[in-house]
Design a protein around this ligand. Structure first.
Ligand code: BTN
Length: 318
């Protein structure tokens, strides 16, 4: 019912309580009750006597059919949730029932969107892409190291396909647009059998952020609609899932090795001096690209060091 109400209001115009009630087959009072739920979802709207209800901003709601139309290879399941704590947690919980399946879930809002290194991921309603994608891969979790970089490449390729230019990659798996972070990736995996594991690939992609939302982000950020005001969220979601799906096939077949040069060509810190930090560790060195496993090659005063992705952050030294 709430989804239907939102669909009626998504044009951002006024709709009277009577019209909404008639379309939904409920009373005006029931419409009013449901409108209150929009407060919980933090969706700003006005209610004006004699005019009805209006969302402050028109919303392009996510639509499974429109997303499915962008897929060149089908996946096993696609779900769209109105709100959820975290799409990654939601899918991770359900993973044991979907061994061997490719399962994508998107949410309009995350109440506890999670980023790397224990950070929150700002996830307001109806504005961005919050996607989790479940895959089953042969081997152990350690064998999947290069996957997180391939996921970043899948995002980069999706954005390029959507016509955006100036996309960069930052090890191990951030995607930059115009020198600012536009997407973040969080992989969570479990070993299901000795020779198989399931990975939930989580992607947060900024499409549109209000000033209020942006205040909660502690680093320079970019959002797609700043560069392409008309870009459709459903198209972005479809193209992204499609690229991800095909990148997982590539990874299963050939691993990360064929992408080493592709990565270096787009690495925002390639040949730059960076500070690597995390926990008690602080290392300064020059980025020399990545190896065939997707590990970072850092030229330090001690020689060429190989850095395994973990809870580390990389910043330029200026
Ligand atoms: C980062 O810190 O850069 C990673 C951000 C990952 C955010 C996405 S949004 C969809 C999925 N669900 C989550 O809770 N996190 C990931």
């Amino acid at each position: 019912m709430l989804s239907q109400l939102l669909a009626l209001l998504s044009d951002g115009r006024f709709h009277s309580g009577d019209d909404l009630g008639e379309a939904l087959g409920v009373s005006r009072a029931a419409v009013w009750k449901h409108m209150k739920k929009l407060d919980d979802l933090d969706i700003p709207y006005s209610s004006v006597k004699g005019k009805g209800y209006r969302l402050h901003d028109a919303i392009e709601l996510l639509d499974a059919e429109r997303i499915g139309a962008e897929l060149t290879h089908s996946i096993d399941c696609l779900d769209i949730l109105l709100d959820v704590d975290s799409t990654n947690s939601w899918l991770f919980e359900r993973a044991p029932d979907h061994l061997g399946k490719r399962y994508a879930v998107l949410a309009e809002k995350q109440n506890q969107g999670r980023g790397r290194r224990g950070r929150q991921w700002v996830s307001p309603f109806g504005k961005n892409i919050y996607l989790s994608f479940l895959v089953t891969l042969p081997g152990s979790l350690q064998d999947q190291e290069g996957l997180s970089l391939m996921v970043a490449i899948a995002v980069e390729r999706a954005l390029t396909k959507l016509g955006l230019a100036g996309i960069g990659l930052k090890w191990p798996n951030d995607v930059y647009l115009d020198g600012k972070k536009v997407a973040g990736i969080l992989l969570e995996g479990r070993q299901t059998q000795p020779d198989f594991c399931q990975i939930v690939v989580g992607i947060g992609l900024n499409v549109m952020l209000s000033e209020r939302d942006a205040e909660r982000i502690d680093q320079p950020w970019a959002a797609l609609r700043q560069y392409q005001p008309q870009v459709s969220r459903n198209r972005i979601a479809g193209v992204l899932i499609d690229q991800l799906n095909s990148m997982v096939d590539d990874f299963k077949r050939d691993g990360f090795e064929p992408w080493v040069k592709y990565w270096a060509d787009r690495d925002v810190f390639y040949r730059r001096e960076v500070l690597l930090s995390g926990g008690n560790e602080h290392r300064v060195g020059v980025v020399k690209g990545v190896n065939r496993k997707g590990e970072l090659l850092l030229q330090t005063e001690r020689g060429m060091e190989v850095v395994v992705a973990g809870e580390l952050s990389v910043r330029p030294v200026d």
